[in-house]
Design a protein around this ligand. Sequence first.
Ligand SMILES: NC(=O)c1ccc[n+]([C@@H]2O[C@H](COP(=O)([O-])OP(=O)(O)OC[C@H]3O[C@@H](n4cnc5c(N)ncnc54)[C@H](O)[C@@H]3O)[C@@H](O)[C@H]2O)c1
Ligand SMILES: O=c1ccn([C@@H]2O[C@H](COP(=O)(O)OP(=O)(O)O[C@H]3O[C@H](CO)[C@@H](O)[C@H](O)[C@H]3O)[C@@H](O)[C@H]2O)c(=O)[nH]1
Length: 331
Amino acid sequence: MRLLVTGGAGYVGSVCSTVLLENGHDVVVVDDLSTGNADAVPSGAEFIHADIADVAAEVLGAGSGSPRFDGVLHFGAQSLVGESVEFPEKYWQGNVVTTLALLEAMRLSGTPRLVFSSTAATYGEPEQVPITEDAPTRPTNPYGASKLAIDHAISSYAHAHDLAATSLRYFNVAGAYGGAGENRVVETHLIPLVLQVALGQRERISVFGTDWPTKDGTAIRDYIHVKDLADAHMLALSKATAGSHRIYNLGSGEGFTVREVISSCERITGLPISGADAPRRAGDPAVLIASSARAIDELGWKPEHTDLDEIVADAWEFMRNLGDRAHAARR
Ligand SMILES: NC(=O)c1ccc[n+]([C@@H]2O[C@H](COP(=O)([O-])OP(=O)(O)OC[C@H]3O[C@@H](n4cnc5c(N)ncnc54)[C@H](O)[C@@H]3O)[C@@H](O)[C@H]2O)c1
Ligand SMILES: O=c1ccn([C@@H]2O[C@H](COP(=O)(O)OP(=O)(O)O[C@H]3O[C@H](CO)[C@@H](O)[C@H](O)[C@H]3O)[C@@H](O)[C@H]2O)c(=O)[nH]1
């Protein structure tokens, strides 16, 4: 297929572009580099440096009579929970308004398929875990609310305009694949931050909240290997049907506390990692664990890298090999 990838200079988008190319697809990346790096775009992909809201109509050929792409994978977004509480405008504009422009361009060009990066943050604080797709959606931060609004917009476009749409609700993505991984200019995610401490690029890791109702008082998350996530995107592309919007949770199905993640990083790196207790971060839920049963049943998805130590080991190898290309090392 010929595919448009938004956010392909970011972490998940660059790994998925790599896997799309490995599967023989043609890939055009549009990225505004607001959080991504141009050098993360895989060399086999065409790269357009732009905000997708500005160029979607032109790139997709809105009004030209025939679609130029077989589908869009929409990773491009602002996606930091804490930042979204402080600057909600960045999330309503950058996520919702931008995606509405993309959906209009898809409608007007007749682009038939969409795979959207939704999130566990659409559910908010769960009543029970693991979380299924039928769980109530009560986001605890503007980031999750913006993604939920987009999911609703996609559903109505799919049904009214025959779009074959899939929303993949990722839990916490981690690890690396094919030379692509996490190398953000401003990093806020737990695993890369802990590994930056091991690399001597940061003094200690702050543990946000030690009074959560969990076994060691720190927050629990479900870490999914980015290669397993990429595989789910390939299945979503091939299985989607016109006029339907399916939503799938994607995680490994097991939860780890912040302290357990730090211990895993110590085991894998063989280095002691200094932590400092800190207050809870605004907008964070206590526990997020996925039920991916629907993706396993309907898409035939089989996560293959569910061991936390394996996920951390792949992230560690990627970060050690970054050398001068590491943004953290340049600061
Ligand atoms: N990383 C996770 O744990 C996680 C979990 C759930 C959902 N997600 C979702 O997955 C997607 C990718 O996340 P990531 O961790 O790779 O983030 P990232 O910040 O590394 O990548 C996002 C990319 O999108 C680009 N971008 C942002 N707005 C754009 C716009 N308007 N036009 C063009 N490009 C734009 C950025 O420059 C960046 O390269 C996001 O939609 C995010 O909400 C991520
Ligand atoms: O320096 C840090 C950074 C994070 N944490 C904690 O570690 C956990 C994981 O945090 P982080 O890696 O920042 O991810 P989340 O905030 O859980 O969000 C990720 O996972 C969500 C789905 O679960 C996605 O929607 C988001 O896009 C993605 O950033 C949370 O409890 C944080 O409070 C710390 O204790 N110290």
